[in-house]
Design a protein around this ligand. Sequence first.
Ligand code: GLU
Length: 294
Amino acid sequence: MASTDYIGRFAPSPTGPLHIGSLVAAMASYLDAKVHHGQWLVRIEDIDEARSVPGAAQSILQCLANLGMYWDGEVVWQSERHALYQAAFERINDFTYPCGCSRREIADSRLGTSSDGAAIYPGTCRNGLQAGKAARAFRLRVPDAAHSDETITFEDRWAGLVAQHLASEVGDFVLKRADGFWAYQLAVVVDDAAQGVTHVVRGADLLESTARQIYLQRLLKLSTPQYLHVPVVTNPAGEKLSKQTGAQAIDPGRPEQALIEAANFLGLSIGPAESVDAFWRKATSAWAHRFSDR
Ligand code: GLU
């Protein structure tokens, strides 16, 4: 019986089939849950309808099952959870404001970009929309200098101590677009809490988002899970592997090969595995050896 002391999750965006990069994140979260005798949930992050590809979610789920990765409980779909995001948004009303700036105007302010590539917001609309402008988005006010939450620090189980100064490294960030689109940062915080997630294991491309998520958890009075960010697989040009950067779908006819490739990337030394079951036995003990005490 899986324990509720540990609830982990894999939260793919259905932008294409599972590939070696997304399998690495799935495998790390799955192994960590197994080693802790916990639950492993799957949540399909399909709130961004423009990026979701029809059929991709089913293909990811089918591929996980084919690789012997069975999730606990029902799959959760973000596209069905707008009411939860709206309720959370209303709870932190006092900290949000409408913003009428275009991407171009923010880029032109030359505050630079945060490490995840987004332009740092200069705070133009903090004290009210400029005359004649309509709201394009709702932003969350990050703490001003001298506020105790100004710098968010956390201990990542892979990367160690991480600190981010929200005001200078991120700026006030978007929670909702005026057309009703929910930002990933809000949806992920609401869902992880609603699903009782205690341990988040995911790709290091999201390390830069974690401080924003912790800040949101604090405002919403939600507990903060443990985090572990695994390195991301890149293509020869150094870009994170994705469908857009040339990732190949996992070959369903050769599951052991994909599993071993992902395990090697994670630094787990596993010799050849004669079956999917044999692979998971070896991989679980290799992960336990490395991570069970962290
Ligand atoms: N949906 C995100 C992705 O596929 C992952 C979100 C998360 O694990 O927090 O990159």
